[in-house]
Design a binder for this molecule. Structure first.
Ligand code: MN
Length: 150
């Protein structure tokens, strides 16, 4: 059984996501702030981490950066950031912090399960180049008019 750590300070979100994940057969462990999230990851060695961005102590991005900077094997655990502020640049901030994936709240059941399954099947350490990007591929900007000839 895959073990998923969910770092979340909001009890309602915690309850909802835990219910969805447990119904799908995952084991869910919990932490309610960034520092305890890191400590729990070190202790429990989950297969995947869902990381709320807005946390009461250090935010989820800082916690992710610290996890990814670790010399322990926890650095290779995929981290999916969950943020309520689906603002422009949010995704970039998450990726810059070292997150492997990104989900905007409110979390939709199917999107959550698909993303979790994707990262559990394709851990970053085992693949070489193509990092899985669940919600990308919005092919919008193709430079057609401005072609700078060199
Ligand atoms: Mn929060």
């Amino acid at each position: 059984m895959f073990k998923i750590l969910y770092v979340e300070d909001n009890p309602q979100n915690m309850r909802l996501v835990r219910k969805i994940l447990m119904a799908a057969g995952y084991e869910v462990i919990e932490a309610t702030n960034g520092l305890s999230g890191i400590a729990t990851a070190e202790r429990e060695k989950p297969d995947l981490i869902l990381m709320d961005v807005n946390l009461p102590d250090i935010n989820g991005l800082e916690a992710t950066t610290r996890l990814k900077a670790s010399e322990l094997p926890i650095a290779s655990i995929p981290v999916i950031a969950l943020t309520a502020n689906a603002m422009h640049g949010d995704r970039e901030n998450c990726m810059a912090a070292g997150c492997d994936g990104y989900l905007a709240k409110p979390v939709m059941k199917n999107e959550l399960l698909n993303t979790v399954a994707l990262f559990l099947k394709h851990p970053p350490a085992s693949t070489s180049a193509a990092a899985p990007t669940p919600t990308s591929n919005s092919s919008s900007s193709t430079p057609t008019t401005t072609t700078t000839s060199s």
